[in-house]
Design a binder for this molecule. Structure first.
Ligand SMILES: Nc1nc2c(c(=O)[nH]1)N[C@H]1C(S)=C(S)[C@@H](COP(=O)(O)OP(=O)(O)OC[C@H]3O[C@@H](n4cnc5c(=O)[nH]c(N)nc54)[C@H](O)[C@@H]3O)O[C@H]1N2
Ligand SMILES: Nc1nc2c(c(=O)[nH]1)N[C@H]1C(S)=C(S)[C@@H](COP(=O)(O)OP(=O)(O)OC[C@H]3O[C@@H](n4cnc5c(=O)[nH]c(N)nc54)[C@H](O)[C@@H]3O)O[C@H]1N2
Ligand code: SF4
Ligand SMILES: [Mo]
Length: 879
């Protein structure tokens, strides 16, 4: 790390906080307009995130290290051969909202411009695509009309389908500060779950899943009925109100009927509707509870409809506010990374095709939309895609029905994966694995939720042969151009060069009704790019003049197609985020204090639901979904913020941490028909007590178990892993009755030598030792027929009764520094402790009798007595 002060941006959520790297470490940037110096728990742990357990440093073809020259040759050849034999559409690229704008621009240019296929899609399909559809349908362009400052000016803030306190924490803190300054400011949270965010609201509306369209339709109907719509705004700036209003003139939107459908009281509804109708300045913030649904696009439009009809848009403190998930989800949309967009907010109309072809100087431009994410992997499965390049995303975990995705990829003739770590699950599916430069090692631009463009800057010297993604694509692009007999259009000197070309390209929008135009930056120097200060494009409020991006400059009301509340679905699985983890854990799973909050794969349900299936906290449950025909094992935990028969599981469990217990195994490929965004939040599943007969926990030195499966799967089908610095905790559960036999089997699987074994009160406690090289490392293995409470603090208490985690660590270190106690008879501390822990000796006299220690000069007797005091009791744990 550097000694100077370098300003960059946090690589996690779409709040887009500014970060400063200085002598103090990695801290919040006080000057950054998004966060004014604040960071959340993940942002504060950025320095620790850099110490990844494993890094990819060299390109590898089928596991063999190769040079970049060979790697880029192989990729260019694979794409070229597929194009020649099967056509451009037999190739694909699947990228990510975590790429920087420059990476994204080059990727899009490579696929749509020169490979000649729009089969480039991104994980933003899973994240923002419903909001994109809603914006395009209403505004004529994918535009977010508000900014963070607006929160300070609002009278009413509605958070719909977002757990902002956990997922956009710095923004939520800002909102709370606004409430402290202005006690009149009201907060309404719409979420089927009573989340931490909902608990802090003035009004929480726990609507049934996917009741959002009906709720916002009802809100608009109320505004029509109470004459609180803005007829002038509607007349001057919109189209389509008649058919929408007619649709809403249905008895199902009368207050009482609506309340019944939404399982709310009439008073709750009336209060919300009243607050909205009388608040001139109202903001509706929305995220995945809206987007990730079969009616995601319609939900977005129902929200926007209510704002347009009441004119609550385009001025300070008002408007619909789609919050982005990833750091550059917005930048990717601007560049055109989605398969159904061409570039720079343009689609595949002839005018756009002509302009873009000319700008890129290519005869090969894709002329029609490509496969959306799920369609893309379905095409892979059918064998239609012969080569796919996956970059900065972990689709075998994060896509729904992830076992299907795994199977599909296994069939694909050539899979290229660019990642920073070989631990990412997707790395196992790569024929060719490329080492990408990660956060701190690369640089470029990101755009946050409020259109603020911030520079990520490099502050770490690149290791090995890592390369920024844009450069890897450019090198392949150059070779592909050559093979196609075209002039090389990928001659970029540096990131600034890429950015200038992208900015110049947005100049194609000048003179059109589209608002995205960064052409004023097309000539910035390298130095200006380097010194870039956070800048919001489109001004503070791009729709302030009521001029929208359709040719007639009017906004559109959209009649939602899917307004019905889905009927009761039996058990219903909802999934999303946990406060302290980032996505598939490749960057946060190893940080002990982040891992402690949810230490193992957990399904939450309310106490009534748990009683219904006879499940106690900590017991193993099994979830299955007919549509995927796969099962997920996880530990049950109680959350009375959930309704009856509602389940919630976080999306994070993956890789070595989740050990196969990914929620997406129980999530089907149901999706929104307009956006193709998966319905991650509403799945009909079956759940039951898995009937585990044995639970176990193993605490040991990390290095002992650094690779591969450590515990026999047949004995312990449920396994998870938690990192605790150099120590680690494994949690296991299985269906074999617990006895000494089982324990011995596990012992064999561990390849360890047994030290002590004690069966008491349903608990079996085993201490092991293992000789690794010259050191002796200890691990403790505890099994029980009852669940071992999985909360880390509970765990600490439990273990702490006779052996705290720190004393465990102390034992581990003692083992490494074996102390000679009795010089006369050469007896060391280990031998003494072993006798004590085995239970063979419990007193000084017994030890003297057995080992002879302290029977000669006696100077070591106090030390032996201390060991007796510390270790004489065999570890027994009561429930
Ligand atoms: N800690 C953390 N923060 C993150 C991330 C992370 O991995 N970890 N990832 C970032 C990314 S990429 C994203 S996209 C965002 C996501 O940010 P959010 O959308 O805020 O987070 P989620 O937990 O996915 O889901 C939000 C809420 O939607 C609710 N919900 C489910 N169904 C419905 C419904 O039908 N209607 C309504 N109104 N609500 C419903 C869920 O109960 C859940 O509480 O978070 C970003 N921030
Ligand atoms: N069940 C369920 N599933 C979900 C969701 C949900 O709510 N529920 N949410 C969805 C949403 S909104 C999202 S955004 C996705 C996120 O899902 P993913 O995008 O699959 O998750 P990540 O773990 O962020 O994957 C990023 C990968 O890129 C690697 N990486 C990091 N930096 C770089 C880089 O600079 N270059 C390259 N080449 N690689 C890099 C990381 O090591 C990691 O493997 O998950 C989706 N899946
Ligand atoms: S709020 Fe988001 S951008 Fe800000 S520090 Fe936290 S994760 Fe990073
Ligand atoms: Mo996301």
């Amino acid at each position: 790390m550097t000694k100077e002060c370098i300003k960059t941006a946090c690589p996690y959520c779409g709040v887009g906080c500014g970060v400063e790297v200085n002598q103090l470490g990695i801290v919040g940037d006080k000057q950054h307009p998004a966060n004014h110096g604040s960071l959340c728990v993940k942002g504060s742990a950025l320095a620790e995130s850099l110490a990844m357990p494993a890094r990819l440093l060299y390109p590898k073809l089928h596991g063999e290290e190769i040079s970049w020259e060979q790697a880029t040759d192989a990729i260019a050849q694979a794409y070229h051969q597929a194009i020649e034999k099967h056509g451009s559409d037999s190739t694909a690229m699947y990228v990510s909202g975590q790429l920087l704008t420059e990476d994204y621009y080059v990727a899009n240019k490579f696929m749509k411009g020169f490979v000649g296929s729009a089969n480039i899609d991104t994980n933003s399909r899973l994240c923002m695509s419903s909001a994109v559809v809603a914006h395009n349908r209403a505004f004529g362009e994918d535009i977010v009309p508000v900014n963070y400052d607006d929160l300070d000016h609002a009278e009413l803030i509605i958070i719909c389908g977002a757990n902002t306190a956990w997922t956009h924490p710095v923004l939520f803190r800002r909102l709370q500060q606004a409430r402290e300054r202005n006690p009149e400011l009201k907060l309404v949270v719409i979420d089927p779950r009573e989340t931490v965010t909902a608990q802090q609201a003035d009004l929480h509306l726990p609507i049934p899943n996917d009741g959002d369209v009906m709720l916002f339709n009802g809100l608009l109907r109320y505004c029509i009925d109470t004459n609180t719509i803005d007829e002038e705004y509607i007349a001057q700036h919109t189209h389509g109100s008649e058919s929408l209003f007619e649709e809403l003139n249905s008895p199902q939107y009368s207050l009482d009927t609506l309340a019944q459908s939404l399982q709310l009281t009439t008073e709750q509804l009336r209060l919300f509707f009243h607050w909205f109708s009388v608040s001139k300045r109202a903001i509706t913030l929305f995220c995945q509870g809206v987007n990730q649904s079969e009616s995601g696009s319609d939900k977005g439009n129902a929200i926007i409809n209510a704002h347009l009809a009441t004119g609550k848009i385009g001025y300070e403190g008002a408007g619909p506010f789609s919050i982005t998930g990833q750091p550059n989800a917005m930048g990717g949309r601007e560049v055109g990374g989605l398969a159904n967009q061409l570039a720079i907010h343009r689609g595949f109309d002839q005018d756009s095709i002509n302009r873009v072809s000319e700008f890129w100087q290519t005869p090969r431009l894709a002329t029609q939309p490509g496969y959306k994410a799920l369609e893309m992997f379905e095409a892979v499965d059918r064998g239609d895609i012969k080569v796919i390049w996956i970059m900065a995303t972990n689709p075998v975990v994060s896509l729904p029905d992830n076992h299907f995705i795994k199977q599909a990829l296994k069939k694909c003739p050539f899979v290229i994966v660019s990642d920073v770590t070989p631990d990412a699950d997707i790395a196992q599916y790569a024929d060719l694995l490329l080492p990408a430069a990660g956060w701190g090692e690369k640089q470029g631009m990101v755009t946050n939720s409020e259109r603020m463009m911030t520079r990520q800057r490099q502050f770490i010297k690149p290791k090995g042969e890592i390369k920024p993604d844009w450069r890897a694509i450019s090198e392949v692009g150059a070779k592909l151009c050559q093979r196609l007999g075209l002039k090389n259009r990928f001659e970029f000197a540096n990131e600034a060069d890429v950015f200038r070309e992208y900015a110049a390209m947005t100049g194609l929008n000048a003179g059109s009704t589209l608002l995205l135009d960064l052409s004023q930056y097309s000539n910035i120097s390298d130095e200006e790019y380097q010194n870039w200060q956070p800048t919001r494009w489109g001004g503070d409020r791009p729709l302030a003049d009521g001029q929208f991006s359709f040719p007639d400059r009017k906004a559109r009301f959209v009649v939602p197609q899917m307004s019905d509340v889905p009927e009761s679905r039996g058990w219903w699985l909802n999934s999303g985020r946990q406060r302290d983890q980032w996505h598939t854990m490749t960057r946060t799973g190893h940080i002990a204090h982040l891992a402690a909050t949810e230490p193992e794969p957990t399904v939450t349900m309310n106490t009534r639901s748990a009683a219904y299936i006879g499940v106690k906290p900590g017991q193993l449950v099994v979830m299955s979904n007919q549509a995927t025909s796969k099962k997920v094992l996880a530990k049950a935990m109680m959350d009375d913020g959930l309704g009856d028969k509602q389940l919630y599981m976080s999306m994070h469990w993956a890789g070595q941490y989740g050990m196969g217990n990914e929620v997406n195994a129980a999530i089907s490929r149901q999706q929104d028909p307009f956006s193709g965004q998966p319905a991650f939040k509403s799945q009909r599943v079956e759940v039951s007590n898995a009937g585990a007969k044995a639970y176990a926990m193993c605490i040991g030195e990390n290095a002992l178990f650094s690779s591969g499966e450590q515990f026999e799967h047949s004995l312990w089908p449920y396994q998870s892993f938690q990192s605790e610095g150099s120590m680690a905790i494994w949690r296991l559960a299985g269906f074999c009755l617990l006895n000494k036999q089982t324990s011995l089997l596990t012992q064999k699987a561990l390849g360890q030598r047994q030290l002590t074994l004690e069966l008491s009160n349903g608990w079996l406690t085993v201490g092991y030792e293992e000789v690794a090289e010259t050191r002796i490392i200890r691990s403790i293995f505890i099994t029980s027929s009852e669940p071992i409470v999985s909360d880390a603090s509970e765990l600490a208490k439990l273990v702490g009764r006779s052996l705290t985690f720190s004393s465990l660590l102390a034992i581990a270190s003692q083992e490494q520094a074996v102390e000679l106690i009795c010089s006369c008879f050469r007896v060391n501390s280990n031998q003494i402790i072993r006798e004590l822990e085995k239970g063979a000796c419990q007193t000084l006299e017994q030890l003297q009798g057995k080992l002879k220690c302290g029977t000669n000069c006696g100077s070591c007797i106090p030390q032996i007595q201390r060991l007796v005091d510390d270790h004489a009791t065999v570890i027994t744990l009561s429930k």
